[in-house]
Design a protein around this ligand. Structure first.
Ligand code: ADP
Ligand code: MG
Length: 459
């Protein structure tokens, strides 16, 4: 296996100079008086919505309007696995490519339209406008394919490389958007930012999943079978269908992510908390390992940080794996030939294979002192954090979220500070119909319940 559970957000530190703002606290997060500035401060902070933010790409307004007026197809995981189990035949590979092509331009156009609907001064911020231009660029690379049918191997290879570039282009979206919205915080309220990001980042999860699924299927198809070249963990592993592992063991992912987070703790605090996995660690279910890695890394960071910062209690973090009882027999999903009619658009999220797919609940219990009642209502807001590097051993430098982003490339190798961990983890969990609940026993510790709905049974 090639790096099966490599933590997703192990990003290379970037040496971008940080613009220093004063340290953010719970109170200052909601304060409107701030020294934040943007390169667009010369512009009047108008609330007017503009249809044409600055752009460098060559997609016409008519094309964007045309695509963004189209409904997004309702998408289910059955669609993602309907091309069959790997290795895919050449015909099934073309079918996957054409299906991917039918979805992505509309999804990108919807995102472009949502960015255009932000106040002009916000989308003019260099970071937000970088993301806007990334979407325009990606759409411009897909449009030449729009009226084509992929039916030969050269075209399929070219198309897959366009997808690989798309995934790469949008790799750093989260830290860049986080930076942009921090710089714009005097022009847009935290509530508006959370509303925008919640929709945008959920849509991004689906778009990446669609593109990554075809890339993974490409490498595990008959014409291109090459395990060593695959960007996905192990195409030769029979439990994988593209990026979905039909026999994922959450306890393995917990241990791998906890080891990674413990290393960050050792580096940042000079100590690593202990953890115990109990319940039914042998449980396996069908899920997307990359998503589970993201969620568990963020939840474990929170639990580990709280445990270390609670000077008096160094009890181990207990992670309990509780499989749901087997269902009373929902129909198993068969890999039927592709259906032409995808149905009407219902939501951004991808529907699970079946509503009764057995799930797993993972409880992460720490003795880190809990969450203060005045903090609790804010923890689901993007950008809300109680982290300050001043609290780190040896003192800090007054650093804030902007320097966390600049120093770590988005918080991947930082223990906290971006304030995206809980809301984004919840977005991932809800994507397939799961969820996250936080129970704080203030003065004692926190229980986080991560409920994951399996993506369904696949025969
Ligand atoms: N297990 C926990 N124990 C105590 N506080 C927590 C825990 N989980 C989350 N929090 C609180 O919620 C806030 C937001 O968490 P999160 O969204 O992960 O952002 P960040 O970790 O970057 O601050 C944290 O700053 C912290 O105050
Ligand atoms: Mg966190």
């Amino acid at each position: 296996m090639i790096g099966l559970y490599r933590p997703l957000r192990c990003l290379t530190p970037k040496a971008t100079p940080a613009r220093r703002l004063r340290p953010r606290t719970a109170a200052s997060f909601y304060s409107t008086s701030t020294s934040a500035s943007t390169s667009a401060t010369e512009l009047h902070p108008s609330r007017q919505k503009w249809s044409q933010p600055p752009s460098t790409a060559t997609v016409t307004d008519a094309e964007i309007a045309n695509l963004s007026n189209k409904h997004q197809h309702s998408l289910s995981l059955a669609d993602l696995v309907r091309h069959g189990r790997p290795p895919l035949s050449t015909e099934a590979l073309y079918s996957s490519a054409n299906f991917t092509l039918s979805l992505l331009p509309i999804r990108l156009a919807h995102r472009i339209q949502a960015l255009r609907n932000l106040p002009f001064i916000v989308v003019s911020n260099p970071n937000i406008s970088k993301i806007y231009n990334n979407y325009l660029h990606s759409l411009s690379t897909l449009l030449p394919w729009k009226h084509r049918t992929i039916s030969n191997i050269e075209a399929e290879i070219q198309f897959t490389s366009v997808l690989a570039e798309l995934v790469q282009t949008h790799q750093d979206t989260i830290p860049i958007l986080a930076k942009g919205f921090l710089e714009c915080r005097r022009y847009i309220s935290p509530g508006e930012v959370t509303r925008f990001l919640d929709e945008h980042l959920r849509a991004r999860i689906g778009t990446r999943l669609i593109a990554e699924q075809h890339i993974a299927l490409h490498y595990s198809s008959v014409p291109h079978f090459d395990p060593s070249a695959s960007p996905t963990p192990c195409p030769e592993h029979p439990s994988y269908i593209g990026v979905i592992d039909t026999a994922l063991c959450p306890a393995d992912v917990v241990n791998s992510c906890a080891n990674w987070v413990a290393e960050i703790c050792e580096y940042k605090y000079g100590e690593r908390p202990e953890w115990i996995v109990d319940g039914e660690p042998e449980t396996a279910f069908a899920y997307v390992p990359m998503h589970l890695e993201y969620i568990l890394t963020e939840l474990l960071k929170n639990a580990f940080r709280a445990t270390i910062e609670n000077r008096h209690k160094k009890e181990p973090i207990v992670i309990t794996i509780a499989p749901e009882p087997p269902d009373a027999g929902p129909p198993k999903v068969k890999l039927d030939p592709p259906a032409e009619n995808l149905g009407a658009f219902r939501s951004e999220a991808i529907k699970p294979l079946d509503d009764n797919a057995p799930g797993v609940t993972i409880r992460i219990r720490d003795r880190g002192g809990g969450i203060a009642p005045e903090v609790l209502p804010n923890v689901w807001s993007y950008s809300f954090t109680t982290f300050s590097e001043d609290d780190m051993p040896g003192g800090g430098s007054g650093a804030d979220a902007l320097s966390v982003i600049s120093n770590t490339g988005g918080g991947g190798s930082s223990i906290a500070g971006l304030g995206y961990g809980l809301p984004l983890s919840r977005a991932y969990a809800e994507y397939f119909g799961g969820g996250i609940g936080v129970q704080s026993l203030y003065g004692w510790g926190t229980d986080v319940y991560l409920r994951l709905k399996g993506v369904g049974k696949i025969e």
